[in-house]
Design a protein around this ligand. Sequence first.
Ligand code: CO8
Length: 261
Amino acid sequence: STNYEYILVSEPRPGVGQITLNRPKALNALCTPLITELNSALRDFQTSSTISAILLTGSERAFAAGADIKEMAPLTFSEAYQNSFIESWSDLTTQLKKPLIAAVSGHALGGGCELALMADILYCTATANFGQPEIKLGTIPGAGGSQRLTRAVGKAKAMELILTGKSFSGEEAEKWGVAARVFKSHEELIEGALKTAETIAGYSKVAVQAAKEVVNKSQDLGLRDGVEYERRVFHALFGSQDQKIGMKAFAEKKKADWSHS
Ligand code: CO8
């Protein structure tokens, strides 16, 4: 379905799906209907046989300025608790097996920063404005920021950022290992993210899914269990057609023509 109010969905390159957050009047503040649309678009890309990598972006001015403060303001504890407020945001990390690249320009604050941190690869512009300002609103990060940001930058920096609500730049994000790459302009960012998505989309689907799965396991498991998990999945890939196709192509000095399974 393309009848979305708050997002734009496209297939800009072969194998690449793009979702652009598009609620410009509120700097892409993540109201519940926007998150519902985002989840729906991600589900469609997940089940699509043609899409192999996904790009999530916003505008040049804002990736997303956070959860919708006006929506949250009157919420009571029992409403938030009983409706599991924010829980559906995690669909992105639990249901999406295909790689997701977040391309961040402008503001990525609060829930916007957390959404970007959920992506598999984060690219940004040097002037992107990241932060967890919830403390200034009398609350705390609620979509994984205290956990994912801490894993990304370490406790010292995460504690300072979350307790002061101070922003950090795209340049810092790259230096601290939050972002994989930093770009000079929004246009270069989108082009770079699309190129990476296209590269990934050109590989074996089963190998890409397995690679994403094992890297994510490193965030949950200790080293010994993580290495064992990786080995099980590595062994399992000898049962895939693509391992045979890839290694045979190498030996024959040909380009691999991956199976469509
Ligand atoms: N929610 C709702 N509306 C927003 C939000 C937001 N997060 N951010 C911006 N807007 C709206 C503004 O209200 C304004 O609307 P209007 O024109 O109707 O007044 C419009 O977007 C444009 O914003 P500004 O005029 O403020 O634009 P500026 O360029 O002057 O400032 C800023 C840009 C610095 C980004 C500023 O808008 C700002 O500080 N926004 C709020 C940032 C923030 O605090 N984000 C964190 C929100 S809390 C959160 O995300 C928690 C997530 C998990 C919650 C878990 C709870 C259980």
